[in-house]
Design a protein around this ligand. Sequence first.
Ligand code: ARG
Length: 465
Amino acid sequence: MASDSSKGQKMWGGRFAAQPSDIMQSINASIDVDKRMVREDIAGSRAHADMLAEQDIISEADNEAIQGGLDQIVDEVEAGTFPYRVELEDIHMNVEARLKEIIGEPAGRLHTARSRNDQVVTDFRLWTRGALTEARRSLKALQREMVKRAGEHTETVMPGFTHLQTAQPVTLGHHLLAYVEMMERDRTRMDDCARRLNESPLGSAALAGTGFTIDRDATAEALGFYRPMANSLDAVSARDFALEALSALSIAATHLSRLAEEIVLWTSAQFAFAKLSDAWSTGSSIMPQKRNPDAAELIRAKASLITGQFAALQGAVKALPLAYAKDLQDDKQLTFAAFDTFSLCAASMAGMMETITFNRENMRAAAAKGFSTATDLADWLVRELKMPFRDAHHVTGSLVAKAEAKGCDLPELSLEEMQEVEPRLTNDVFSVLTVEASAMSRQSYGGTSPVRVAEQVEQWTQRLG
Ligand code: ARG
């Protein structure tokens, strides 16, 4: 191939008299993107060549030459000296051309019973499998930080919101563990995806399989796949593994974005629930007082980039007839970018969570605002006076209106004032009106009470190792 490429001829150039235009080359080449799969490409070639020799399709001597040449290419890649050439289009032809330069003729036998169509998707499945492992790892690191913070705040009371209106007091540990639960589902979604994608397309050749007596089980096993894919048309054209990975990333990033939004709110002067460390805050060039939560804001924005990458790939695939079409080349830049963005977001969130500090006093004070223990009062009426909950709800509503008219919180009403609404109320009712009592009382499984949260922290600590 050395001589071919020095003459500027394409690897597929046999039937062409003229060279492609420069612009054609620009739109067609993918090497700048797919060079990231060089290790996967070499692993696929090694497995393929070993199998070809084992099946007597190429000689043992050719296989040895191929493996030796690939060793050298690995060294060049690691040393940063591998010559990536745009005129060779993609990583597959770059590796093969370099192999030809190094070992000569045997390199030309490597592509027996193989096509770039099964080759590229083999590489891409291997790459995505590795990237999912990394994404799961980065989420786990974040979960560990969240669980640590939750353990420090099993008893820290904060306002729980619905509609961003004060609802009931909750504990901060409980709030943080809600995200840990979401992230765990995100990780299992990635697990599922990694399991489903782990079948080998190699040996499907261009689309129809091959007439050579290849052993697809052997290559599948060598590459750590569970089994060869059963339909060659499906194998070369399916990209649902990438769609599934991007959809799992998009959901996980959406969770990071929700948490990012809470950080933005909590670190504002108006909430003042939390403070980011200097390492995770930025200043303003004009307003000296500012500590901006830029990383959280960027996570919020980047989550939609990932969702966009998922949508873009789905758009590229949805109207493609079987089997391979070049549209599928652009799957990789979308997928690589989504994984890069995700790992940056997860690492940033872990960094913020490692060093964020929470203001217990401000959270507690905010929890007491907005009649947050009104439900506890209604529950008291149900429990102590055997009132139907609907009636208790009504009585409590009247008490809230009374406090509102007086401009005070519920516990600040006197017993006499309360008894004007419900004469059977006693002093005992005040014991349920503090935010601590409220949070403490919610001991149902999954509830916000410090005892339940401490149990969950314990379980998560064990589980995450
Ligand atoms: N660079 C191509 C891709 O990423 C490799 C497969 C090319 N196959 C072909 N028949 N042109 O999809």
